[in-house]
Design a protein around this ligand. Structure first.
Ligand code: SF4
Length: 206
């Protein structure tokens, strides 16, 4: 059953409190738990799932895909889809910034994604998104921990499929590393096409 805006806010606040207290991953000790209203409003139709908070982005200011290079790329790409930042919620496969021994960003491990999937499940149960957009393989992997799917990023990029009662659009990540697999110009086309596909699915305010 769909939750009212008030019920969503209450459940979201409780989830945020659980996440702030979470100590499941030893590597994340001392890192910010990136979940709150800076991710977006839980009363939304569109959930974006990226990989992890970045060291120079959300780890600093708590706002996903904002302030670092990936954030700048995302801002330009999102514009092409016609979606506005205030209309979407952005989360990550893991809610803390994984770093290697040199203090650089590193990909989350399978164990960390599994650990954090309980929070992802909680978030999806609250938002009940109409559309889920994944950015990169780790994001697809995290959805698979919530409810299994057969979506393959390379084969299905920017195509619409169904997952867990939502429309699912898998995209590549907007960080510089992922541009090797999917160059920026191709990603621009993906966001433009996604905007056209989603238009009939979403109720939009002016
Ligand atoms: S990544 Fe997720 S599961 Fe791991 S400590 Fe952070 S909030 Fe907890």
């Amino acid at each position: 059953m769909a939750l009212s805006s008030f019920e969503k806010a209450k459940s979201f606040d409780a989830l945020v409190a659980r996440v702030q207290a979470c100590r499941m991953c030893p590597r994340m000790e001392g890192r910010r738990r990136v979940l709150g209203y800076a991710n977006g409003s839980p009363d939304t139709q569109v959930l974006f799932v990226a990989e992890a908070p970045g060291r120079l982005g959300a780890e600093r200011d708590g706002k996903p895909l904002w302030g670092d290079r990936a954030g700048k790329n995302f801002r330009s790409l999102l514009k092409l889809s016609g979606l506005k930042r205030r209309e979407i919620f952005i989360s990550n496969a893991v809610l803390c910034n994984p770093q290697n021994k040199d203090g650089n960003n590193s990909p989350p491990t399978t164990r960390e994604i599994k650990n954090c999937s309980r929070h992802m499940k909680g978030l999806i149960n609250i938002i009940k998104p109409k559309v889920v957009v994944t950015l990169g393989r780790k994001a697809l992997q995290s959805l698979n921990e919530v409810s299994s799917h057969e979506v393959d990023l390379r084969r299905d990029v920017a195509k619409l499929s169904r997952w867990n009662k939502a429309a699912l659009v898998p995209l590549y990540h907007c960080g510089q590393q992922a541009m090797i697999s999917r160059p920026f110009d191709k990603q621009k086309d993906d966001y433009t096409n996604m905007g056209k596909m989603l238009k009939p699915l979403l109720k939009r305010s002016a």
